[in-house]
Design a protein. Structure first.
Length: 327
């Protein structure tokens, strides 16, 4: 029986303000207007060895060995986030490296809360000075939007706008995963199937889109509808009668995905549209929103008669996640 598993991916980054550049929690100095943030994640993401691997952030708490690096954009105008290029002036696209659970500051910027007025910020993961662009879904310049290409390897997260002042500083900047994480497992039904197919040389997943766009004024995210082929595996691996994982990719959320496999003896075989299912193994995923921020494992069962069974079941693991308290 092919199996498909799903887990929710959520992340909360907690923003506070400190009195020094030290990386631990401290009381806020009333006279200190510097903008600083702290970060933690609610749960780890399981690590697996793959040929082509998605790159999610691992772990629950940033550390020196597990730095969480994000783009945090600041502005004095709600919903609009240009970039002046000046390290001490709003609006500003900042780089923040979280290396502990304590307060962190923009990498080279010296941003301060104004004596009066409000500062706004949004969060974008991962950090990039060029890959997150001020463009809308059509590619046109727009300071109210941020876009990022989808290449299959990068986990993309967004945290909607929050506001802070000198007296009432930033509270929680909540990051949520915007893509669907697919893991591809393969298994041979028996030794005859191993001989019939030969080594697997390619597994390709078609993502329904190739770009994520966030509306910074409304806090909503969407993906375009330009299909793109993402290589989940390239190489040469023999089938086994035990399951093995051969790929791990991030795709635009959808209810089904087209997958093709290439083997030495079977050539290219298009498996068609493989539908995602809920935990009862029969109910189809209702919409793309259901698949957003979730991880599915799809197991392909190779049979000796030139067919691949891609029917899937699903088990939820939502119970392992919890919201961290006390931050």
């Amino acid at each position: 029986m092919n199996r498909q598993y799903i887990i929710s991916l959520t992340a909360l980054l907690l923003l506070t303000c400190g009195c020094t550049n030290r990386q631990e929690d401290e009381e806020v100095c009333p006279s200190d207007r510097r903008i600083g943030v702290s970060a933690c994640l609610t749960a780890p993401i399981g690590n697996t060895r793959t040929a082509v691997s998605a790159n999610p952030y691992m772990g629950t708490t940033p550390s020196m060995d597990n730095v969480l690096e994000a783009s945090v954009w600041f502005s004095e105008e709600s919903g609009t986030y240009a970039n002046t290029g000046d390290e001490a002036t709003f609006p500003r696209h900042s780089r923040i490296q979280f290396n502990s659970s304590g307060t962190a500051y923009p990498y080279s910027d010296v941003l301060q809360y104004p004596e009066s007025g409000t500062v706004y910020c949004v969060g974008l993961y991962p950090f990039s000075t060029s890959e997150w662009t001020n463009t809308d879904a059509s590619g046109a310049a727009s300071n109210t939007h941020a876009s990022h290409a989808i290449d299959g390897t990068q986990d993309l997260m967004f945290a909607p706008e929050i506001e802070g002042t000198w007296a009432n500083r930033f509270e929680t900047l909540a990051f949520t995963h915007q893509l669907t994480w697919l893991k591809i497992n393969v298994i041979a039904e028996n030794s005859r199937a191993i001989s019939a197919w030969g080594n697997i040389t390619d597994i390709t997943v078609t993502s329904p889109g190739n770009k994520l766009t966030v509306d910074l004024s409304t806090g909503t995210a969407s993906c375009n509808s330009t299909p793109t082929d993402i290589k989940a595996f390239e190489g040469s691996t023999a089938l086994k009668i035990t399951s093995q994982q051969l790929g791990s990719v991030f795709c635009v959320p959808a209810t089904s995905y087209d997958i093709s496999v290439t083997t030495v003896n079977g050539g290219v075989k298009n498996l068609g549209s493989i539908a995602l299912k809920e935990d009862d193994g029969t109910t189809l995923v209702p919409d793309a929103a259901y698949a957003t921020g979730k991880m599915f494992v799809i197991t392909l069962n190779f049979k000796p008669i030139s067919t691949v069974d891609a029917t899937c079941t699903l088990t939820t693991f939502d119970e392992i996640f919890r919201v961290l308290e006390g931050h």
